[in-house]
Design a protein around this ligand. Sequence first.
Ligand code: FMN
Length: 188
Amino acid sequence: MKITILQGSARKKGNTARASNWIEQELTSLGHEVDTIYLHSKNLKGCMGCAKCKEKPDTIGCVQKDDMPKILGKIVRSQLVVFASPLYFWGFTAQIKAVIDRTYSLYINYHQPGHASLVDGQKQALLVTGAGPYEDNAEGVFTAFRRMQKPHKAINVGELFIGSCTTPDKLDDSVQDQAIEFAGKIVA
Ligand SMILES: Cc1cc2nc3c(=O)[nH]c(=O)nc-3n(C[C@H](O)[C@H](O)[C@H](O)COP(=O)(O)O)c2cc1C
């Protein structure tokens, strides 16, 4: 399977990167073709809401000239996309939120007849790390993620929240086991 991991933390050796690396290694060892994109190194602007993309339903069609069209192209060509983000102020990081907002260009006619998506049937999974617990802290990102599958016409194949991530060395062997199990589940 062709898999893209969108790594949304700026910290290359942080919690999200470590968990995401374990997932990538497991997916690779299972024979999948995995490409991890370190979003912080990219030139990514926010969605302008101009809706020009809706005029070209068969292509990505975003008018902005930055690194996003290439990333969106990789997303469209993937059978599975793993969104990986630290929890920032009960939400996604700016890096991954920019990608999510720009996926506005991937579908047309949401809530109308003729709803179509360039990622129709795609598998999508979410990994989030946070310092606090899930309860009363991380629910919002998971709700937003689940709602995103509706306009995308995508399939949510798994979600993993890793709490108590205050420093990277907090990720012990049990977390690695969780990440490996998660990797197996999202490609099952
Ligand atoms: C700006 C900022 C906001 C944060 N907001 C939250 C939060 O709302 N809830 C939480 O549990 N952790 C929060 N954290 C902690 C991080 O989510 C957590 O340490 C995470 O594992 C960091 O990931 P990284 O090592 O991949 O960068 C925040 C950290 C920063 C820097």
